[in-house]
Design a protein around this ligand. Sequence first.
Ligand code: F6P
Length: 547
Amino acid sequence: MALPKTNPTQTQAWKKLEDNFNQVKELHLKELFAQDADRAQKMTITWEDFLVDFSKNRITNDTLELLQELAKEVKLDKAIEAYFSGEKINETEHRAVLHTALRAKENDTFFVDGKNVMPEVYKVKNKIKTFTEDIVNGTRKGYSGKPFTHIVNIGIGGSDLGPAMVVDSLQYYKNNLTTYFVSNVDGDHVNEIIKKINPETTLFVIVSKTFTTQETLSNANTIRAWFLQHASEEAIAKHFVAVSTNLEKVQEFGIEQDNIFPMWNWVGGRFSLWSAVGLSISLSLGYQHFESLLSGANKMDEHFKNTSFDKNIPVVLGLLTIWYNNFFNAESEAVIPYSEYLGKLAKYLQQGIMESNGKYIDRNGSKVNYQTGTIIWGEPGTNSQHAFFQLIHQGTKLIPADFIGFAKSLYGNQDHQDKLISNFIAQTEALMNGKTKAEVMQEFEGSDLSKSEIEKLAPYKVFEGNKPTNTLFIDQLTPESLGKLIALYEHKIFVQGVIWNIFSYDQFGVELGKKLAGEILKDLQHDAISKHDGSTLNLIKFYKANN
Ligand code: F6P
């Protein structure tokens, strides 16, 4: 079954949501809490080690029901079935979307073109396991007989962000290997990495689904040339491995068959960290932790597949995004983890969410007449409180935010943890309640300021509040809980895409720039310049004049 192709704005539920929006838009969250003593309880989902409190959203019970009605009307249930059953829901590329198979149990079945992919998935997983163990315990050595001490992951986009984010987020669980990621075609990036490594003890993992990506191939070639200044051609087999679907191109690059970790076209780049693209994760944390990450994601898959919409975390969070994006006209969403470890999460989600749902053509081939993909941004708290929170509290834009926190810290410094979590909780309370003029005036009591000075200052100190947040409170940051969290956002992306009636799994929007860069590269490297507009031409000339 293909995905249903319903324009969401033509549904009955959408019309009812418009009416509901008119009733809800002026309501303050404070009133909503005052009206219903059980609101927090009703609007909280507890699942495994997760507590998801979405009560601080500008919704009523009716809104929630109507959003679920919308999901039903666009046949989200059928879409979920199609997603998990290996249907080619990536219609424009004629591919299934089965990253869920990568974390499924060995005896589960996932069919692509009538073939169960699980035996192949497990074959590659076993290869990752053996390879990881051989590198980590030093059985497999570099060309001079020394064990490996460093890993360099060479990739970009989905072949970089997922592994980089996970390795960074789970650094507490890291083994003795040092891992670097090189992605940008900016030569200074690769040179900074080269400065830090020793060719004798470094393993290079080239990750590229297509093995045609300019950045990755340039970095891989630069590293190989540098490596060959120190070692012989034969040493390449010991130090370079690749992850790709394009086995031919990998071999052309000079990597031996045995050193290739395959992946498949039914795994999208930005959803690929669960495949051999996660090799650097396994190498950096050990295979068992990689398994736990996968098992967490699998638990979230089961939750998403089998839970009614009202208690389904990715469904509820996906629907809330629709509410703000399409009814409140909010343009962006912030993701604020209260964990320094999750510093790369927002960056990772930017690709996941914006590359998936930044589309204006619907599944019928027509231009949408409503908003789609949200802009994602964020930084960990508490640092971000001292950076951009001012705008969320008192700016003119509505910015719904996900607050992600962990009840237990990893090092167990209770005083720091209490302070961190007090901020985590206080911010959502402040964003919701704000501060009234009366409260401000009360604060001025006993101050030395004159009455007119107080009156003048008061408006600046008022916070309107009514800023929506979700709180995702998780017991502790572990490979498993991180797996659950990432899978949650993956499924949220799916829910949003189904409702917006767009194809979430292609990324044609990145092609044009790549093509033009290829043409401009020729202009930069040859005397003749091809035809361009005046501005582009001037920029090319400026560069050439300075090189
Ligand atoms: O930026 C576009 C993109 O195709 C991403 O979707 C992908 O993750 C990235 O480039 C890297 O592609 P590859 O793994 O084929 O090198």
